[in-house]
Design a protein around this ligand. Structure first.
Ligand SMILES: *Cc1c(COP(=O)(O)O)cnc(C)c1O
Length: 382
């Protein structure tokens, strides 16, 4: 691509990913394996490259959100277990079996449809059953663990399916409010009881995996029975909750950079960008950069965020456009067109994180990195 490092790019630091994985692995108990969540193109970082790297680090479990993502991971990792967390049309049952992909089961009806669609295959469809213990999104939902266990048992008896796991998802494990912690513990308790009751009946046919840890759960919960930790955001060095410190220090894997495309002096009374939201009160020096909201840099950060140039913070001024934006470099010396600008990442002693930026516009680091658009080339470094 012609634009690599000459215009706007995202650096993906695989060495940082590796160090994050080591620290995260150290937090997993002996009975628990890391399941790398690489949905949404590995949160915008590049799923095939990251899955390849993670597999080389010994990771054997991956989670994604759909069959295309699963097939991407399969293409770089022939041996690993790949779980689709969310919905797949049962029409794809045989394709899932052919690629040895594990499907999340969202209800009894869903299990039945997969069971029928898998009829005639040499191998059963590998599945994990999803429980809705409080997220309110998908999964088996029951008032008591006893009823839930009965449904798990019913699904386990269906033909053409191999049920290998039971899982649930926390809705507020990233909170330190006492009521939220209680809620999370109730979710954990519900799935553990359901699993235990089902295992009394299923005996040796009990699904091997019971899992509920996401990044926040792994970071903040102790004494868990989860056999897999489905870690997403922390792999990428971002925080489940930007205002709650993590027990380990992680390094953001992605840095977003651009260059200065144009420099000019302006006078008091001059306007910058659409709708004249910025009017200079004095003489200023302004830099333009070839990045905008079409690259996934949020327009909501107009006049709110800063960028780094030569290790200094510079204010973004005026509206962020589709392909360009401006910042104030009045205080900087020796700046030239072509100089590197860091939107998030490290420059000298300064750093701006995706989490910090997301907080400025009421979002989360997850959304910011996932949203860095396709037109931004990802440049991988070891
Ligand atoms: C996205 C997702 C995860 C990973 O969440 P993080 O907060 O990024 O760790 C885990 N489990 C399920 C079901 C998910 O949808």
């Amino acid at each position: 691509m012609k634009n690599d490092k000459n215009r706007t790019w995202a650096e993906i630091h695989l060495d940082r990913l590796e160090r994050n994985v080591k620290k995260i692995n150290a937090l997993c108990l002996d009975n628990c394996n890391l399941m790398a969540v690489v949905k949404a193109d590995a949160y915008g970082h590049g799923d095939m490259q990251l899955a390849r790297k993670l597999a080389s680090l010994g990771i054997r479990y991956f989670a994604v959100s759909n069959i295309d993502e699963a097939e991407n991971v399969r293409s770089v990792c022939k041996e690993c277990d790949i779980l689709i967390l969310g919905y797949t049309s049962p029409e794809y049952a045989k394709e899932l079996i052919g690629n040895n992909i594990i499907q999340g089961i969202l209800s009894y009806e869903n299990a039945l449809a997969f069971s029928e669609a898998a009829k005639g295959s040499a191998l059963p469809l590998r599945c994990h059953i999803k429980l809705d213990t409080g997220m309110g999104r998908v999964g088996l939902k029951f008032k008591t663990p006893k009823e839930c266990a009965e449904e798990i048992i019913k699904i386990c008896k269906l033909p053409n399916l191999a049920i290998e796991g039971v899982y649930t998802h926390f809705s507020c494990a990233d909170s330190d409010l006492a009521s939220d912690i209680d809620y999370t513990l109730a979710q954990k308790d519900f799935i553990e009881k359901s699993y235990e009751l089902a295992s009394l009946v299923l005996k040796e046919k009990t699904p091997r995996h019971l899992h509920y840890l996401n990044s926040a759960g792994l970071m903040y919960l102790q004494n868990t029975k989860s056999t897999l930790a489905r870690a997403g955001i922390i792999l990428y060095g971002l925080m489940p909750n930007a205002s709650l410190p993590l027990p380990v220090e992680l390094e953001p894997v992605m840095e977003l950079k651009t260059v200065i495309s144009h420099i000019k002096q302006i006078d008091a009374g001059d306007y910058i960008s659409y709708s004249r939201t910025f009017c200079a009160k004095r003489k200023m020096k302004i830099a333009t950069m070839p990045i905008g909201y079409a690259d996934g840099y949020p327009r909501a950060l107009s006049s709110k965020a800063q960028v780094l140039i030569n290790g200094k913070r510079c204010n973004i001024i005026g509206r962020i456009c589709m392909d360009q934006m401006m910042c104030d470099i009045t205080e900087l010396e020796n700046v030239n067109c072509g100089d590197t600008v860091t939107l998030f990442g490290i420059d000298g002693s300064q750093r701006i994180s995706a989490d910090e930026l997301a907080t400025l516009y009421d979002s989360i680091g997850y959304e910011l990195v996932c949203g860095i658009s396709k037109r931004v080339p990802r440049i991988f470094s070891e």
